[in-house]
Design a protein around this ligand. Structure first.
Ligand SMILES: Cc1ncc(COP(=O)(O)O)c(C=O)c1O
Length: 428
């Protein structure tokens, strides 16, 4: 800690009055009080990695532990737990433009991606390629390569400029050999956000299926899977949905595809009659067949509460605030940070970005450490040189964004990063 470091607010810095006015007019302003914040001097800009704990989630988990587990014990399966994964999926559905019976919560995003990619490959047997891009999250690329290898197919990773989705190159890569196109709708580093409808149409034109990773899009931007006629999707619940650390992921399968696809990680939770304990697997009808094993109930309960807050706020208001926050940070970064060697590495087109902003600096890792330690702003670092600012609309104010940029500028101006080690921590 550096006692001389001024934490603000900074009324004389450009953009202060606009930030105060935007907060006064913010229809979502009251949601901030619905989340735990025991250290108001720290500005948390990592809600796109791990969303904040809501009071509702804390209460719900306490009840599930104390009453449902502690007192009701095994009876809780019939009283509530057995159908919870479907019910939480139904809460997520309207946030992504899907019907209630098209979404279910299970496993991790990585595992769900594997299940749906492998199911899609089997459904398009005979085709020999999967297409993705180099902006995709590494876990997705690992999964897609493994699924391609298992099916005797190739993974084609389309190259980008590191910021923008290579849309034309992806469309060029699509032909009748392609079984599956899989992309992150909003990419984890730059925040580039694809036109889901356009890319889905392009894949369908060659008879390929499309699998979207919505992890950085859900709870941040407007997603309409129905209008896009999207086939398949997965996503995390612990980011903008505030589901809690390691909370289970969701998966979406368009209704008409559900009974045509088979879950390649078949298990009793996806069986039509799990309590008949038959040894032959008969997939359950509908979305339920994509479950595998026992749902992580305590995590599901926390996720349900976090998702409930997003649903209550409404995606239109959340997406509008996310856009406004990113635009605010862009303006401030251009004026205040660019002269200090910080580069803006998110798209400039407001229609093509999510609710996080990416900055780059050669000393990004050390700057992040100083910013957390002295500046009391928590961003995250993404190798090799990105400082990612998650502007989670429910829990970030415009004044937070203004103060955070000014603290970042002062950390750099005062050379405070120089005292921090270049060696990286295990989790960045
Ligand atoms: C875009 C994206 N996809 C997939 C994952 C992996 O999620 P999980 O670890 O829950 O499988 C992440 C994790 O941050 C992610 O950001």
């Amino acid at each position: 800690m550096n006692a001389d470091f001024h934490l603000g607010p900074f009324p004389s810095a450009a953009g202060y009055d606009e930030a105060v006015a935007a907060d006064a007019a913010d229809p979502l302003g009251s949601f901030r009080d619905r989340f735990v914040d025991d250290d108001p001097s720290t500005i948390y800009l990592d809600g796109n990695s791990l969303g904040r704990l809501s009071h509702a989630a804390a209460d719900a988990v306490a009840t599930a532990v104390g009453h449902e587990w502690g007192s009701r014990l095994i009876r809780s399966w019939n009283e509530r737990w057995w159908s919870l994964a479907g019910e939480v999926g139904a809460c997520i559905a309207p946030l992504v433009g899907a019907a209630a019976d098209e979404v279910i919560v299970a496993d991790s995003t990585t595992v769900n991606l594997h299940k749906l990619a492998a199911a899609a490959m089997a459904h398009r047997a005979g085709r020999t390629r999967i297409v993705t891009d180099d902006l995709n999250f590494p876990s997705d690329v690992h999964v897609l390569r493994s699924v391609a290898n298992g099916a005797g197919a190739q993974l084609h990773v389309v190259r980008s400029d590191g910021v923008h989705g290579p849309v034309d190159e992806i469309v060029d890569a699509l032909d009748e050999d392609v079984a599956l196109l899989s992309l992150s709708a909003t990419v984890f580093k730059s925040g580039y956000t694809y036109d889901i409808e356009r890319l889905t149409d392009a894949a369908h034109a060659v008879g390929a299926l499309v699998l979207w990773d919505l992890s950085h899009a859900v709870g941040a931007v407007t997603v309409d899977l129905a209008t896009a006629n999207a086939d398949l999707a997965v996503g995390c619940t612990y980011k903008f949905l505030n589901g809690g650390p390691g909370s289970p992921a969701f998966l979406y399968v368009r209704r008409d595809l559900q009974d045509q696809l088979r879950n390649p990680i078949a298990g009793w939770w996806g069986d039509a009659e799990p309590f008949e304990f038959g040894l032959a697997h008969e997939p359950a009808p509908g979305i339920v067949r994509f479950q595998t094993g026992t749902a992580p109930v305590l995590s599901l309960v926390g996720a349900e509460a976090g998702i409930g807050l997003v649903a209550e706020a409404g995606m239109a208001a959340i997406a509008a605030k996310g856009r406004a926050l990113v635009a605010q940070v862009e303006t401030l970064a251009d004026a205040r940070l660019a002269p200090l060697g910080v580069r803006w590495v998110s798209p400039r087109d407001a229609d093509r970005r999510g609710a996080h902003a990416a900055l780059a600096h050669d000393d990004a890792w050390q700057i992040c450490q100083a910013l957390i330690d002295i500046g009391r702003v928590i961003p995250d670092f993404r190798a090799p040189d990105n400082i990612r600012l998650g502007l989670s609309p429910l829990t970030t104010s415009h004044l937070d964004a203004h103060t955070a940029v000014e603290r970042l500028a002062r950390v750099i101006e005062n050379g405070l990063a120089a005292d921090y080690p270049a060696d990286r921590a295990a989790v960045t």
